[in-house]
Write a protein that binds this ligand. Structure first.
Ligand SMILES: Cc1cc2nc3c(=O)[nH]c(=O)nc-3n(C[C@H](O)[C@H](O)[C@H](O)COP(=O)(O)OP(=O)(O)OC[C@H]3O[C@@H](n4cnc5c(N)ncnc54)[C@H](O)[C@@H]3O)c2cc1C
Length: 410
């Protein structure tokens, strides 16, 4: 059984960033990847997807965008190519085609079983992706037969859906982008809107992410916020990777999308929507106003304010058997798949309990989760800082372990 200081699980950008930081500290490690580098960008993204973060923001340890279009937005294929180049440039020790089937504690380390053999490791870094599996609500089971259900991970383009109207459930980044694309393709689109984060693409003549980056909003640390559990559950920003194009609810409504409240139930073939639409829109408007105030306070002066979200009377029910809707897109979020993790660090809901990526089990680390250590932890740009912090902790753990072993031997 090979013995190694660190096993990293997953060769997405997080696993590769961690590998780069460990290499800089000469920590021997391997990156186990079930498919190939950047698997999620190759297999789980729709055809037209572009990063909602500009190219200049695609930064990793030792890597910064140097192309000719810093303000552009990469396609999924370009992200995969960039990560492949990064893995090569950093000589990341990736073992592709190696699926981790279990991790359990053993002695003062771990036994990592894979479909290609077993490893013994002093430390393990779980970097297998926060968005591994679409999180579809249980009521999806009640959708009448004959209606196609898809998730953003399986959706590719409008032509793949059967002809007819589409109900998109969820108005965060994936939901608004797909509602926009489907409406532009000529579909009748109904968008079920719950809590959401309204965001203009540009503000005071610059990309909104430039402001969030420059003003330090994205660098806010997990131990600085009042309620980190809540902060970790904040929906993704309503943005699309296209300069000057805003996909907030006003823009979608002008593009013909019908807005309804959060999907609250499904009874006898009728989708029931919450009456909270005006409230969630008012809240999103209020939060956007506060964010713009923060930016203004940092920059000095003040910029434009955006028209409140216009909410018309929205239907509270939609008969899914009427033929009006042929497909439902469940843009209701994602979750990690940790079914193989046998170390007791999970809460009742199956989520890893951690303090900024350091779990309660010594030597076990987590990377790539929302607001892991910073507001930008779920973005590519967040991996460098988080991986550097966890590497420092992990190296300290290995040193302490080596010290204990030496003392025991002498
Ligand atoms: C639709 C969508 C759009 C996004 N857009 C942006 C954006 O515009 N900008 C931005 O900065 N971020 C964006 N993100 C967020 C984030 O950058 C991605 O989710 C990113 O893929 C996460 O990187 P990761 O390394 O944590 O996980 P992943 O990229 O998911 O990598 C995890 C790897 O682990 C492997 N793996 C999983 N289980 C196992 C196992 N048991 N054994 C071995 N290997 C395993 C997987 O095959 C995968 O390659 C987006 C996310 C989504 C879902």
């Amino acid at each position: 059984m090979p013995d190694i200081s660190t096993v990293i699980i997953g060769a997405g950008h997080c696993g590769l960033a961690m590998s780069s930081c460990l290499a800089a500290r000469s920590v021997d490690h391997v990156v186990l990847e079930r498919a190939e580098v950047a698997n999620s960008w190759r297999t789980q993204r729709w055809d037209s997807l572009r990063l909602l973060t500009p190219n200049w923001m695609t930064r990793l340890p030792g890597y910064a965008y140097r192309g000719s279009d810093p303000d552009g937005f990469m396609s999924a294929r370009q992200v995969a190519a960039m990560l492949e180049d990064y893995a090569e440039a950093t000589a990341a020790p990736v073992l592709a085609g190696t699926t981790v089937t279990s991790v359990r504690a053993a002695g003062d380390g771990f036994v990592v079983a894979t479909d290609q053999g077993t490893w013994r490791a002093s430390t393990v870094v779980v970097a297998c992706g926060a968005a591994a599996v679409p999180a579809v609500p249980p009521l999806a089971r009640l959708v009448p037969a004959g209606i196609t259900s898809v998730t953003p991970a399986g959706y590719r383009n409008p032509d793949e859906l059967p002809p007819g109207g589409v109900l998109v459930v969820g108005a965060s980044a994936s939901g608004v982008q797909l509602a926009d694309e489907l409406a532009r393709s000529g579909r009748e689109v109904t968008l079920a809107v719950g809590e959401h984060v309204r965001m203009p693409r540009t503000y005071r003549g610059r990309d909104i992410l430039w402001w969030l980056d420059a003003a330090g909003v994205l660098d806010q640390r997990y131990d600085e916020v009042d309620d980190v559990v809540r902060a970790r559950n904040v929906p993704s920003m309503q943005l699309v990777g296209s300069p000057d194009r805003t996909v907030d609810l006003n823009a979608l409504r002008s593009g013909g999308v019908r807005l309804v409240g959060r999907l609250a139930g499904l009874q006898k073939g009728t989708a029931q929507f919450s009456g909270s639409l005006p409230n969630v829109c008012a809240l999103a408007d209020l939060k956007l106003g506060r964010l713009l105030d923060t930016i203004d306070a940092w920059a000095g002066g003040s910029g434009e304010r955006f028209a409140p979200t216009a909410v018309c009377t929205a239907p509270l029910g939609l008969d899914l058997r009427s033929g009006e809707i042929s497909a439902i897109v469940w843009a209701t979020g994602y979750r990690p798949d940790l079914s193989w993790l046998q170390v007791p660090v999970l809460d009742r809901k199956g989520r890893v309990v951690h303090d900024g990526g350091v779990t309660g089990w010594p030597g076990l680390y987590l990377l790539g989760m929302p607001f892991l250590r910073r507001r930008k932890s779920s973005l590519i740009d967040g991996a460098a800082g988080d991986a550097a912090d966890l590497t420092a902790h992990l190296a300290g753990h290995l040193d302490a372990q080596a010290g204990r072993r030496e003392r025991k031997a002498s």
